[in-house]
Ligand binder design. Sequence first.
Ligand code: OXD
Ligand code: MN
Length: 620
Amino acid sequence: MTATAHSTLATASAPLHADRRVVAWVEEIAALTRPDRVVWCDGSQAELQGLMNRLVADGTAIRLDSRKRPDSYLVRSDPSDVARVESRTFICSDREEDAGPTNNWAEPREMRETLTALMDGVMRGRTMYVVPFSMGPVGSPLARLGVQVTDSPYVVASMRTMTRMGDAALKQIGPGTHWVPAVHSVGAPLSLGQKDVPWPCNETKYICHFPETREIWSFGSAYGGNAILAKKAFALRIASVIARDEGWLAEHMLLLKVTDPQGRVFHVGAAFPSACGKTNFAMLAPTLPDWKVETIGDDIAWIAPGPDGRLRAINPEAGFFGVAPGTGESTNLTAVKTLWGNTVFTNVALTDDRDVWWEGLTDEVPEHLTDWTGEDWTPASGRPAAHPNARFTVAAAQCPTISDDWEDPEGVVLDAIIFGGRRATNVPLVTEARDWEHGVFMGATISSEQTAAAEGTVGQLRRDPFAMLPFCGYHMADYWQHWLDVGAAVRKAGQRPPAVFQVNWFRKGADGKFLWPGFGDNIRVLAWILGRLSGEADGVTSPVGTLPAPGAIDLDGAGVSESQYAELMRVDARSHLTESEDAARYLETFGEKVPHEIHRELNTLRERLRGSLANGGDAA
Ligand code: OXD
Ligand code: MN
């Protein structure tokens, strides 16, 4: 077929109501990639069923036992394509300085040439699916639209769960509507008669973002954030740029609704780096009586000033793409219940009765499994049965704790923001920021320990500002300035920005064991946080922020001894001072763009720590 014939293919299959610009763009991509067919997705159940049948027939998906796990599937990826590839993720801004030191920058013109060459004829022998989608409830003032083309039916099925995908989204796109174009190919054209493999992909991978034109191009991978372009690529990297220009925030945050024993309702956003238990916190089962925690989102929040100037938040996603290993009956029963059916599992193990299993799902380990690579497995095999980054893809609506306001088109008023890292040392269980600027400083310097370090010393810290290190689509220091500006705008509107807190569930004692039970007991910390908002929970000032006053955290039944609690809250001024030197070196890597407020906060922290040392050392 000629390029013209491919364009015609795209037009002929387009729904009548498709916007002309969308059709023209699909034509252009079809002429470049030369698929055998073009299918415009409507988002219907029948369409999803057809895709899953096709994946089963092609050997990509295995249908699970329909009584144990109705309408659910196991997919095994190629062993070389199992995670997001940050080293192959590029921000192609016009100017290198706009990508900043935390991103891989590529010159946009050169990258376009590279991608055009890679994409030339790349969909030969395959179907190109056109996937219109809305991030956020369709029609919400906070929602944004996109269209992804992809040659992977697995990716289409994932987008169907993770976004509001199909006709309803397409109908939102009119002549003046902004939408983000996203091109995806697995990078594996099929020649005539060539048999396909279950998980086509390419050794070469590129995940590219063009912030100025707000485009996404992805080549070579079908896995997760590399391929489900609505998620990290759009809802964080491109959306963070749109948000900067429009005065809102696109954040790597879960969202919760919390109801206290008096029936007062609060909404909380929390940013933790990847693999720090976000899904568990999003589905927290409180161990304190009469508290209720409901889920709004588990990964991404879009936060914008509402009509009264207060910040309101939505979860732009419609599903969970959660890490399976470690999600279990004893750690997150809500997640396990969410996965009863209608779920696609990727790279977990298969049980002999055609159900799924992964490390941590049950305390009891099955005697025989088929592992994520399709090999026989027993507990003696000496290797994990599920890949550590194995995933489940499931509709958020299926979560038993999903909140009744999770699809509120206006978003929910955000009362508090929490930052957390994985710190064995130094960082107290919970600290309240003095104000928004101090909170921004906390977010900017969030870190996790690379290696276990002896208590009281500073280990190798991996800084992950706002948990956005791999997800911020522009210069990180400009992003901090933007956070400061958003707080200033809220104040200008006569409102108070949300209160900001830092938590650390991962502090360890001298015996190397965690001091805090975590999971459902994190409600005890949340209760203090919300008590601070209502003025009912007492705090004490420390150089790092406000800590809970003695007795202000309900420890009844938590199994935390007094000495453990003291250790959880201890602020060792000397090691914090050492750590602040590391923070200063870190800030230096961002050069002159670092807002003066951030430097001021660091100086204030150091002065307070020195003052406390002069008074004897132990600051709390
Ligand atoms: C994710 C991540 O997959 O943060 O959500 O890596
Ligand atoms: Mn994430």
